[in-house]
Design a protein around this ligand. Structure first.
Ligand SMILES: [Zn+2]
Length: 217
């Protein structure tokens, strides 16, 4: 029987959102490794093998612990071992393939009531288009379009750091126990933050912000 495209291929050129990521089976989570890296998925069956495109943006959410209340110890009923087990369902290689981690604090009642509506989509879209165009122009003579697609060699060329920034990265490499992949991710995110600021070169503030997005809880 022909292997049909799955969720990662149906998300090609779009967003794959996995709510409550640790609730997916370990095999399912690990199967994201290849498509996140190669932007395609290979399926081998007895009679044939198939290759489907899988260039998607992964967005995932998870709770801080199985009950969802950690670190509020007056409400969280999980044991430290439970919390550990829950977090370890997301392996290091998968974490390494994610660009940005953000902790979302509980929304206060007052904020919902008084409804700070934040920015509207049109404003955000305009900002994204501006940054997108900067990148399209920068990579006009490369076979990529965006910072996220920079290969290791290209990172050296397009994410140049001055001496001060290099020292910051050296410290982060040690203290966050980064892999080469994690190191490159920070530089690519920093390049995007610099683009958003309209800066030619990556500066210290851009780099520190990018490092801040590397922390997994
Ligand atoms: Zn809990």
């Amino acid at each position: 029987m022909k292997a049909l495209p799955g969720a990662v291929s149906l998300s090609h050129n779009g967003v794959l959102f996995l709510d409550e990521l640790p609730e997916f089976g370990r095999d399912t989570i690990e199967s994201l490794r290849q498509p996140l890296e190669d932007r395609k998925v290979n399926i081998t069956r007895v009679n044939a093998s198939y290759s489907y495109p899988a260039g998607f943006m992964l967005a995932a959410s998870m709770n801080p612990c199985p009950c969802g209340y950690y670190p509020d110890r007056t409400r969280c009923t999980c044991t430290p071992a439970n919390i550990d087990r829950y977090r370890h369902r997301i392996s290091r290689p998968i974490l390494d393939r994610i660009d940005i981690f953000v902790n979302v604090e509980k929304t206060e009642f007052r904020d919902i009531c008084e409804g700070g509506r934040g920015e509207d989509s049109r404003t955000i879209r305009a900002r994204i288009e501006k940054v997108r165009n900067i990148q399209l122009k920068r990579y006009a003579h490369e076979n990529i379009r965006f910072n996220s697609q920079l290969s290791g060699g290209m990172v050296d060329r397009y994410c140049v750091l001055d001496e001060r920034c290099r020292k910051i990265m050296e410290k982060a490499y040690e203290s966050l126990d980064l892999s080469a992949r994690g190191y490159h991710r920070i530089l690519k995110v920093a390049r995007t933050i610099a683009d958003m600021a309209g800066a030619k070169a990556i500066g210290e503030a851009h780099l520190r912000e990018a490092i801040g997005y590397r922390g997994f809880m």
